[in-house]
Design a protein around this ligand. Structure first.
Ligand code: PSU
Ligand code: MN
Length: 306
């Protein structure tokens, strides 16, 4: 990182040491904390993700913006503050510098977390789901900035695929156009977040962390910059019934149209509605898949660090 960048970024000493020594570090995002779940579950989930990454022998780096400071790693108190504070701005690429300049708090999306990870030198990032092409994007133009970021920022994102609040086929098309490899971790089928399969294929199936690590090394050593989607299906035990969750997603989408929800409010609105409508079942599944991604992310980071 150059000096100009360094003035805005605080990296926890433990993380900086791990990075300096070429050890495994896994980034975690913060939109999931402020916009994805309610307190105290959001903070418990964030802590459990960090714990899982540690159990695997890697160092977690939860990324967020607090009072204009870009944080790579949150202290115990900072995470507590972030998880309880109301009205935190959701920060994607375009918001990042504004929040820093204004000294505000910001929750980093996949896109913003990728940008900061790359600045800090972190190559592996674990989350729940990525943003994508929304259904009816032909009319609304609602395509997540996550996809553009994946095309240019060299970070591997371990996720459980994409929710069917999105148009999965179009999301995969855009990723193809943008040259983003989509790896199926132990699967040939691109996962649909709450369910293990979407019916759409991945570019390549890889079954272990070493294979993924070798691929990432080849890509980036060759100077082929840009991100990678590592799609890791939800564990079997946590999977939801497809017909049930699909019906609930349809209802949430219909309600979002009635309520006139637009722009960056769309994803948080739909998630909240789903949690309510499924009486917490989707939330329980969500937790399990995030933990699973944290674990696999750590294993890949370990293999990549070797
Ligand atoms: N998908 C989920 N859960 C989430 C998000 C996406 O299943 O919490 C969050 C992520 O932070 C992602 C962001 O980067 O929403 C995408 O928002 P948008 O569609 O406005 O780009
Ligand atoms: Mn959007």
């Amino acid at each position: 990182m150059n000096k100009k960048m360094m003035q805005y970024i605080d990296i926890l000493p433990e993380i900086q040491t791990a990075l300096d020594n070429g050890e495994a570090v896994v980034a975690l995002e913060s939109t999931i904390i402020s916009h994805g779940m309610e307190y105290p579950l959001n903070v418990q989930c964030a802590r459990r993700c960090e714990e899982i990454i540690r159990e695997e022998g890697a160092v977690p780096a939860t990324i967020a913006i607090i009072k204009g400071r870009i944080k790579v790693g949150l202290t115990y108190d900072e995470l507590e503050y972030f998880g309880t504070e109301k009205g935190i701005r959701k920060v994607s690429r375009r918001d990042l510098a504004m929040v820093v300049a204004n000294g505000k708090d910001g929750a980093t999306t996949v896109a913003a977390t990728m940008i900061i990870s790359e600045m800090a030198g972190i190559s592996i990032f674990a989350t729940g789901g990525i943003g994508g092409v929304h259904r009816k994007a032909q009319e609304t133009f609602d395509i997540s900035a996550d996809l553009d970021e994946l095309s240019k920022t060299s970070v591997a994102v371990v996720c459980a695929g994409a929710k069917s609040i999105l148009d999965i086929a179009l999301t995969l098309e855009v990723l193809e156009t943008k040259g983003v490899p989509v790896i199926g971790y132990g699967t040939d089928d691109f996962p649909a977040f709450y369910t293990r399969a979407s019916g759409f294929g991945v570019d390549e199936r890889m079954n272990d962390p070493e294979t993924v690590a070798a691929f990432l090394s080849a890509k980036w050593n060759l100077g082929i910059n840009g991100g990678v989607v590592i799609a890791n299906p939800i564990p079997v035990a946590a999977e939801m019934d497809e017909a049930y969750i699909t019906a609930e997603i349809e209802k949430a989408l219909a309600q979002s149209e009635i309520d006139g929800i637009k722009g960056k409010e769309v994803t948080p609105y739909l998630l909240k509605h789903l949690f309510g409508a499924t009486e917490g079942k989707s939330l329980a599944s969500n937790l399990e898949l995030v933990y699973n991604n944290s674990r696999i992310g750590a294993k890949i980071a370990k293999a990549y660090a070797k």
